[in-house]
Design a protein around this ligand. Sequence first.
Ligand SMILES: NC(=O)c1ccc[n+]([C@@H]2O[C@H](COP(=O)([O-])OP(=O)(O)OC[C@H]3O[C@@H](n4cnc5c(N)ncnc54)[C@H](O)[C@@H]3O)[C@@H](O)[C@H]2O)c1
Length: 268
Amino acid sequence: MAKKYNRLLLTGAAGALGTELRLSLHKYADHIRLSDQVDIDNCAEHEEFVKADLADMDAMIALTKDVDVVVHMGGQAREGAWETVLNSNIIGVYNLYEGCRKNDVKRVIWASSVHAVGFYPRTEIVDSKSTVRPDSNYGVSKVYGEAMAQYYWDKYGLESISVRIYSCFPEPLDRRMLTTWLSYNDLRLLIDRCLWAPSVRHTIIHGVSNNTSVLIDNHNARHIGFHPQDTSEIYREKLEANTPEPDPKSDVVARHGGQFTIDQHFDD
Ligand SMILES: NC(=O)c1ccc[n+]([C@@H]2O[C@H](COP(=O)([O-])OP(=O)(O)OC[C@H]3O[C@@H](n4cnc5c(N)ncnc54)[C@H](O)[C@@H]3O)[C@@H](O)[C@H]2O)c1
């Protein structure tokens, strides 16, 4: 089958999700450009590695040259010092989008997060039109990214998919993740759909597996065609046996964002 793209850029290629996605990207593009701020030294023949800091505008403009599509997994992946969040997720996202605009990149698929809407109580289902309710500076940085994605579509015609990943790990790690888990297989499937979808404008989609109870509704992203295959249910017995029952009154269990909603300000 013909490949859809000539050159695909994967940022955060040395990270947990980047490493997973890297394994399957060759089917979409002849050339895979990997990037991270840390080294990768095991490139396959179809891969090239460019070490770059997202906060470096010149580096981002060079990195996005001759690229058709970006899968952006790079950045600060949890709450952290404000300066780190600022550099990697705010200045970094601006630089990436500017590079894409200047180099006429067609589509950006990037990792937003549950923490853009983390303060919603679990009694409320969130969809892409729900008002954002971030639960951390990290969550605010993801809201910024979603705003950039919308702005660059509306003003410059650059397509984006903001993938609000909930909890993407090899298996769910605690009881909350029985609801929020996204399996690695379903992550790959979701990115596959994002890469193939014919027209996406700016779409927000929630990355969650086919769990028994979910907190999200993806009806506004039906055109992506994401139908998750895995379920956290097979881990329920093990998790309930091995983890203490949480206090139901605690925000850790009462809100989408879990622990992030009660953590103290990182820089205090
Ligand atoms: N894993 C999850 O459950 C989850 C949930 C929600 C959102 N996400 C998002 O998915 C993305 C990938 O997450 P992950 O779990 O693989 O995290 P990770 O920390 O394993 O990977 C992130 C990668 O980004 C790179 N990076 C960080 N700052 C950078 C900078 N300034 N310049 C260049 N590279 C930089 C790091 O070196 C790292 O390799 C992140 O954007 C994260 O916020 C992940």
